[in-house]
Design a protein around this ligand. Structure first.
Ligand SMILES: C[S@@+](CC[C@H](N)C(=O)[O-])C[C@H]1O[C@@H](n2cnc3c(N)ncnc32)[C@H](O)[C@@H]1O
Length: 211
């Protein structure tokens, strides 16, 4: 399996023209597969309390990168739909899910802008995706959260994680939260202070769909 994913990374280095967030390696870690990354999937899951929040839930994860968050929460979720614009990362996610015998995750390669599924979900995950440095996000912040609202079932949850404060100043983050609050009520929010330097200082918010 490690050999197979190394080959996909090599194809990505050769053929993917946008930023991959892992500099040719991995953005996210995956402890069950002994893969290290810029960000600690294990600590993020613990700090966000995802195993409690997602127990038995249907989940949509937007912009999953190599899919290591879905892989590590699949055992407690009812089902996960998960996608990313980068087809090489989706190929890695599919290879790893097969190796781990996980059959409740549906992966596909595509953009959130083009996504037009009919299903709504108990929980939508928006982790560091409301804007992207690769310039592949083509919609406004308002369109982004409006679309998240469309995919969260009535009374259900959006989980939001911000970018690092070095990329998104407190003033910028406040403006983003103002837009988010047009569509969701923030039930609780706190700073993530553990994990790698890529994890610490981000805001995590549990948000409930309005209306
Ligand atoms: C900062 S990473 C966050 C990855 C993951 N959500 C996490 O927090 O670990 C942003 C991801 O969004 C993907 N992406 C960028 N633009 C996208 C778009 N328009 N639709 C879907 N995915 C997109 C990138 O390929 C990248 O994997």
């Amino acid at each position: 399996m490690h050999y197979d994913i190394a080959k996909i990374l090599e194809e990505q280095r050769r053929d993917y023209k946008s930023y991959d967030y892992g500099e040719g390696y991995f953005y996210q870690s995956c402890k069950p597969l002994h893969i290290t990354g810029f960000r600690s999937t294990e600590i993020r899951i613990k700090d966000m309390g995802l195993r409690n929040l997602l127990k038995g839930k249907s989940v949509l994860d937007i912009g999953i990168n190599a899919g290591f968050i879905p892989l590590e929460i699949a055992d407690i979720c009812q089902s996960i739909d998960a996608f990313d614009i980068n087809p090489f990362l989706i190929k890695i996610a599919q290879t790893c899910a097969k190796f781990l015998h996980l059959d409740n995750i549906r992966f596909w390669s595509g953009t959130f802008e083009e996504y037009n599924g009919a299903k709504t979900y108990d929980v939508v995950l928006s982790f560091a995706n409301h804007s992207t440095y690769d310039r592949n996000t083509k919609q406004s912040i308002d369109d982004y959260f409006q679309k998240c609202h469309r995919y969260v079932s009535n009374g259900c949850m959006l989980l939001f994680e911000s970018h690092l404060p070095s990329y998104e100043t407190p003033e910028q983050l406040n403006k983003i939260l103002e837009v988010l609050c047009r569509y969701f009520n923030v039930e609780k929010s706190y700073k993530l202070n553990r994990g790698t330097s890529g994890d610490r200082g981000r805001l995590f918010a549990v948000c409930i769909r309005r209306g």
